[in-house]
Design a protein around this ligand. Structure first.
Ligand code: NAD
Length: 475
């Protein structure tokens, strides 16, 4: 029986490994230590990479159906331990238990779905003289690096895609939220050959060791744009392949013809779900002048009734901000807005006391160059921005180094689609936001990333193309 409140070990070569030291993992609602996670030493990382290398030839030769069955076990393990995982998740991440369970069920769903995806073979030429086809082969050892905002879902995207395509993996969760991923590694030990999935945890040194490691062939990284630049620079030394899923400053554009009562609730949650700590959260809400006041009133009313608190308390809808550095950053943005004389429709006062709690904060039509608009808040702070015409709002939405996603809201879908096509982002939703699925490619434009995850395209990022051309007449 796996204990979910103690015995957090890394998984290296199929075995439990303690760290050379340990890192304390805090509950962001109480600031108390939840548990200690291993702090992986350099020699231990070398051992994990060596184990992954040694396991690679056998794993790539394993029939696809067997690899698929093993990956599907990830879903089964999460499903069989859902309550324990969810409680541990809330203790380390802060999100209310029911919402934690949603992420875990999502991770299980992704694992089983990715396990079913096909890896296509393309016939380039088929003539009496010649047949040429391009198939996909695994890259080798993948290094996965995961952030703290969706520690299980984003980790499972990487594990499932890497393993089903025949790669082996060394994955590193964030030092703020390592515990659930360590437990998944432990639960998967009996279901995979040693070395196929290695889970390592540690402090700030570990990520750069992974990205610079000569034994790793690809980095799949999800995190901030600033770190993404460092990852790419480090990966360049050995020309590692990179997939970078980075930050965003998503605009939602609400046209004047919407039914305010219908769109208010989904717009609110597109910005404040997981406390705004979502790469694809609505981070700038552009509202047409015709409906600005009415929508602002609705959003303010929702903000007033949403309960922020400890994720274990009955009725809590939003937990704390996940960690102290992020809490300080969000408080800094609010303080800057105040010092600049901006008006608040909700929130703005951060309570003293234990836990990284920040109330839902709505800022009333701040200038475009204010920090609260220009920067990715990654917390429960949203600027509402008034606009008059479509040309102007498209230019404002695109005036960002980020290009992750965005949304357009209108009763006229054709009009919304025409706007969507002019936004410089990897995804645009119409009359919804944040719909992601294992079969839909997802990735950023501009400085929001390189490459995609999910869909066939996402799977292929874990492969090299290999073309085999046969001259038929000769042999
Ligand atoms: P972060 O960049 O600080 O950390 C992400 C991961 O990288 C962590 O595991 C961290 O330990 C590791 N890391 C830190 N420095 C490193 C280095 N020099 N080399 C290698 N690894 C290093 O990001 P975060 O604060 O954990 O996450 C929040 C950010 O992630 C936000 O900007 C958010 O928008 C972004 N994000 C993007 C997506 C997406 O799919 N595009 C999804 C979730 C989060």
């Amino acid at each position: 029986m796996t204990a979910f409140d103690r015995d957090f070990s890394m998984t290296i070569d199929g075995r439990a490994e303690a760290g050379e030291a340990s890192i304390a993992v805090l509950n962001p609602a109480t600031e108390e230590v939840v548990a200690h996670a291993p702090d992986c030493g350099r020699a231990q990382l070398d051992a994990a990479v060596a184990a992954a290398r040694a396991a690679f030839p056998g794993w790539r030769a394993t029939p696809l159906d067997q690899r698929r069955a093993a990956v599907a076990q990830i879903g089964a393990m999460i499903g069989a331990n859902l309550d324990e995982f969810a409680r541990l998740f809330t203790r380390e991440q802060g999100r209310p238990v029911a919402k934690a369970a949603e992420e875990l069920m999502g991770a299980a769903f992704w694992a089983t779905s990715i396990a079913r995806q096909d890896i296509p073979v393309i016939v380039n030429e088929d003539t009496p003289d010649r047949r040429s086809e391009t198939r996909r082969v695994p890259l080798g050892v993948v290094g996965g690096i995961v952030p703290w905002n969706f520690p299980m879902l984003l980790g499972v995207w990487k594990i499932a895609s890497a393993l089903v395509t025949g790669n082996t993996l060394v994955i590193k969760p964030s030092p703020f939220t390592p515990l659930t991923m360590l437990k998944l590694g432990e639960l998967m030990r009996p279901h995979l050959p040693p070395g196929v999935l290695n889970v390592v945890s540690g402090g700030d040194a570990l990520g750069p060791w992974i990205t610079g490691h000569p034994g790793i062939d690809k980095i799949s990284f999800t995190g901030s744009t600033a770190t993404g630049r460092r990852v790419m620079a480090s990966a360049a030394a050995t020309l590692k392949r990179v997939t970078l899923e980075l930050g965003g400053n998503d605009a939602a554009i609400v046209l004047g013809d919407v039914d305010v009562a219908k769109v208010a609730e989904p717009l609110f949650w597109s910005a404040f779900g997981n406390n705004g700590q979502v790469c694809i959260a609505t981070k700038r809400l552009y509202i047409h002048a015709d409906v600005y006041d009415a929508l602002a009133r609705e959003l303010t009313a929702i903000a007033a009734r949403v309960k922020t608190g400890d994720g274990f308390e009955q009725g809590t809808e939003l937990g704390p901000v996940q960690n102290r550095p992020q809490y300080e950053r969000v408080k800094g943005l609010i303080a800057d807005a105040k010092a600049s004389g901006l008006a608040f429709l909700a929130g703005g006062e951060v309570p003293e006391g234990k836990g990284y709690f920040v109330p839902v904060t709505l800022v009333d039509n701040p200038p475009e160059d204010s920090r609260v608009v220009a920067e990715e808040a990654f917390g429960p702070v949203l600027p509402l921005l008034r606009f008059e015409n479509v040309e102007e709002v498209i230019a404002r939405a695109n005036a960002s180094d980020y290009g992750l996603a965005g949304s357009v809201w209108s009763a006229d879908v054709a009009k919304a689609q025409a706007i969507a096509e002019r936004l410089d982002t990897g995804t645009v939703w119409i009359n919804e936001a944040q719909h992601v699925a294992p079969w839909i490619p997802f990735g950023g434009h501009k400085q929001s990333g390189i490459g995609v995850e999910n869909g066939t395209e996402g799977l292929l990022e874990y492969t090299n193309a290999q073309t085999i051309t046969v001259r038929k007449a000769v042999a």
